[in-house]
Design a protein around this ligand. Sequence first.
Ligand SMILES: NC(=O)c1ccc[n+]([C@@H]2O[C@H](COP(=O)([O-])OP(=O)(O)OC[C@H]3O[C@@H](n4cnc5c(N)ncnc54)[C@H](OP(=O)(O)O)[C@@H]3O)[C@@H](O)[C@H]2O)c1
Length: 96
Amino acid sequence: MSKVVLITGGSSGIGKSVGEYLTDNGYIVYGTSRSPEKCTDSKFPLLKLDVTQSASIASCVLELISKTNQIDILINNAGVGITGPLEEIPTEEMKA
Ligand SMILES: NC(=O)c1ccc[n+]([C@@H]2O[C@H](COP(=O)([O-])OP(=O)(O)OC[C@H]3O[C@@H](n4cnc5c(N)ncnc54)[C@H](OP(=O)(O)O)[C@@H]3O)[C@@H](O)[C@H]2O)c1
């Protein structure tokens, strides 16, 4: 039976590429995005998720379980990069 993979942040970059690769290789892939409705070219379904909101995490996992009844692999990829001197980065940005 095919493995179910959840990739957080599957709308662009590394998460999107890994999701496409796994889809092409027989995995059942679900990605996530804060705005899945904007991602019209995704090769795999995207669920709504903001990893900074615990209610959003619970809702995303419940939605996936209701569709697949299982999650075999989690690729916890969502995130943002910050560049610049540490002392100039706002605390809220670092926490996010
Ligand atoms: N690229 C690099 O050189 C590099 C180096 C070191 C570490 N990383 C890490 O590797 C991961 C992927 O990098 P990337 O270059 O592929 O980045 P990317 O193209 O900017 O993609 C980031 C992904 O994370 C999602 N995302 C961002 N904030 C989110 C949030 N609050 N809740 C849910 N999803 C969120 C975005 O989805 P939406 O915007 O659609 O919600 C998007 O799908 C990131 O965690 C990054 O920090 C990357």
